[in-house]
Design a protein around this ligand. Sequence first.
Ligand SMILES: C[S@@+](CC[C@H](N)C(=O)[O-])C[C@H]1O[C@@H](n2cnc3c(N)ncnc32)[C@H](O)[C@@H]1O
Length: 327
Amino acid sequence: MNLPDAKMKEEAWEFVAPPCPYFGTCGGCQLQHVSYASQLKWKHQRLVECLAGIVEPSLVETPIASPQIWNYRRRIQIHATPQGQPGFYGSGSAKVIPVSECKIAHEAINESLNEVEQRFHEIMERRQHSSRLGFELTVFPGTPVEIQALSEDRYFLQSNPGANELLHEHLQRHFLALAPKRVLELFAGAGNFTLGLSQGAMEWTAVESDPSAVAKGKELSLNLKKPVRWVEEKAHRYLKNRKGGGFDLVLLDPPRSGAKLCMPSLVKMQVPMVLYLSCAPEALATDLKILKNGGYQVTKVQAFDFFPHTTHLETLVLLRQVGPGTI
Ligand SMILES: C[S@@+](CC[C@H](N)C(=O)[O-])C[C@H]1O[C@@H](n2cnc3c(N)ncnc32)[C@H](O)[C@@H]1O
């Protein structure tokens, strides 16, 4: 779907002056030139279009807005220009655009940009080679901004804590209504959902391929006394090799590429309920098509706007097994 353009009068997008001086050159945001209401409308239409032929448009709810639309990102990757200034990749290019502020980054990240620049200069003075230089900056409450080299081990973290909380509330409601007893979670990360949703008598298996995420997940499960079974393995391999099964709900949250390799095993397992969280509508459509042909019916689609001013969208889909299907 095309980005809103001033020429598309019939779409009635509400155009606004983009507040960021780097808009158009920086590759980070694509939608600052339309109001937030228009952004949500555009994302809704994009999702309906992506899922056309697989999901009834009436089942696709309007995306839930981010509680904060500026300074919402607690994690961001910053790169160095050849002169050692901090910046972001340009729109559709590998050139780093220097920035002195990012309107969607947490205030603490913006305050640390001077230190980042200093560190870039120090590293550049010592280095003989000219390979790309970058850091990932993360804000954890009550501590200074964490500045990590991109080469360091860093497990996945949802970047928008406010939107993540809304998603949690939503998932809690699903879990209350569905009351699963044996849950399989694929692409579990460090336990963002695992720790909040697993309870007392539930049997919970969490599968994740990143060793640092699994280590963190195990540590947190132990601290919170959550009896989670952590499995460090690629999700599709786990599904192929698993013995037994007997899950009543599968929760999956794959990366942008989707979970195509998992789909044949999921269809074979015929788990009664599937909650699929996606960050890429196109990959979601591919996977849902396989599940639909495999005997599943989509019963609810709810998107969450984790990334205001960008084209990204998180989508939660509830599916129920309705009959035998084909892979
Ligand atoms: C979108 S993140 C979701 C993590 C977690 N649900 C959260 O909210 O923090 C996807 C996760 O899948 C993991 N991952 C990527 N490929 C995988 C695979 N083939 N098998 C298992 N996990 C994988 C990544 O390391 C990452 O932690």
